[in-house]
Design a protein around this ligand. Structure first.
Ligand SMILES: Nc1ncnc2c1ncn2[C@@H]1O[C@H](COP(=O)(O)OP(=O)(O)OP(=O)(O)O)[C@@H](O)[C@H]1O
Length: 371
């Protein structure tokens, strides 16, 4: 496998107007091989988008990258401080597909104007006709209707808008595409169409790798080769997508899996339990393991000491429980029962994908009518 990106010791903080500092990515290292999709999972506020911004070199104040190294196809770049990123890296080497991109575009711009703007930002001399030819060929090669070029954003469905934005973000054939929650606002069939298109683009070598950011583990399991789970600004577990979702080694990954609502085979009929509490405020993260206040398996050392890194780059979990249980995956029931407050309902996903509480009898037709 050829290494496409190697990112080491990334650290970035937001500086608030009143001078506070929130470290949203804290000493994170990840790599991605050529042809690979790396999924980044975690709840809202865990630092996924911030990591995406660092990797795509799109961090802007109030976010400041404080340090780390990015190596893409053997070319290394120090981040933070006075280090200057080569202009050519943005868009051409790494490209960002940001959350809700198409919704922030002026409604008076047609898709073709957007295409021209993106291409011209990287090549001042490009002619409109050249840019259009390139876009037309690309759109056709991905089996999309070429007439989308003449459309205004509001004339496209949500799914088509997202596919078009993806095509535009990759017109410069970036080596790496960072896609931040690209499917979260889409219905299931549009999600599938976008995922199929991304895989087709990888196949056609339009880009060489994708970092796919989402809180949606079933989506990640479908598209990713490997998954990195983030919690409170750190990566807590990395592994092969299937292995990690079937046999998580970190209690947070297990808790995330337990909070998933999905009718997919691997997830069906699990007892669904939201994770109690919230990710911490990153201005003052908890001491020791950052997940310990919410963890059903926390031990004394988790309260005070940094968890050990157990495993290798390919498969690791940063956790005392993992260290004490080599080769074992986290028992999902242990995480759930420890997390349960007496009043929390236990829910089950039925074969039809509906969420039901098995302890509550379905109301009879008569009760429904009288209620
Ligand atoms: N402008 C900001 N100023 C201060 N703190 C911020 C700012 N933007 C984000 N943060 C903090 O940085 C942390 C990480 O945010 P980030 O958006 O990267 O998380 P995320 O996992 O991508 O969540 P989401 O899925 O909601 O985007 C959060 O704790 C958040 O409160």
């Amino acid at each position: 496998m050829t290494r496409l990106l190697n990112a080491e010791n990334l650290r970035a903080s937001y500086r608030t107007p009143d001078g506070r500092e929130v470290t949203a990515v804290d000493d994170v290292s990840v790599y991605i091989d050529e042809g690979e999709v790396l999924g980044i999972a975690g709840e809202s506020g865990c630092g996924k988008s911030t990591l995406g911004a660092i990797l795509s070199l799109t961090a802007r104040p109030p976010l400041f990258v404080e340090g780390g190294t990015l190596e893409i196809e053997g070319k290394a770049q120090e981040l933070g401080g006075k280090n200057k990123i080569p202009r050519t890296w943005r868009g051409a080497v790494v490209s960002m597909l940001p959350q809700g991109a198409m919704n922030s575009i002026s409604p008076t711009m047609r898709v073709r104007d957007l295409v021209f703007d993106v291409m011209r930002a990287h090549d001042r001399g490009i002619k409109r006709s050249e840019a259009m030819d390139r876009a037309r060929d690309r759109i056709a090669s991905l089996d999309l209707p070429v007439r989308v070029l003449d459309a205004y954003p509001h004339q496209l469905s949500g799914g088509m808008k997202q596919r078009v934005v993806t095509v535009i973000s990759t017109l410069l054939n970036p080596r790496l595409l960072i896609a931040d929650e690209p499917t979260s606002a889409l219905d299931v069939s549009s999600q599938k169409a976008l995922i199929d298109m991304l895989l087709q683009m990888l196949d056609q070598k339009i880009m060489a790798g994708v970092v796919f950011v989402t809180h949606d583990l079933p989506v990640l399991r479908t598209i990713s080769n490997r998954i990195a789970v983030m919690y409170a600004g750190k990566i807590v577990e990395v592994g092969d997508a299937e292995e990690l979702t079937e046999a998580p080694k970190h209690p947070y990954s297990a808790a995330l899996l337990n909070s998933v609502l999905s009718p997919e085979p691997g997830f069906r009929n699990r007892r669904v339990q939201g994770i109690k509490g919230h990710p911490p405020n990153l201005e003052h993260p908890p001491a020791g393991c950052r997940f310990h206040p919410r963890c059903g398996l926390a031990m004394d050392e988790c309260f005070t000491q940094e968890p050990p890194h157990v495993g290798d780059d390919l498969r690791f979990s940063s956790c005392f429980w993992t260290a004490k249980h080599p080769g074992e995956s986290v028992p999902l029931t242990a995480v759930t029962t420890a997390d349960l407050a007496a009043s929390d309902p236990l829910l089950v996903v039925t074969q039809q994908g509906e969420l039901v509480d098995p302890d509550v009898d379905e109301p009879t037709r008569d009760e429904e009518v009288s209620a």
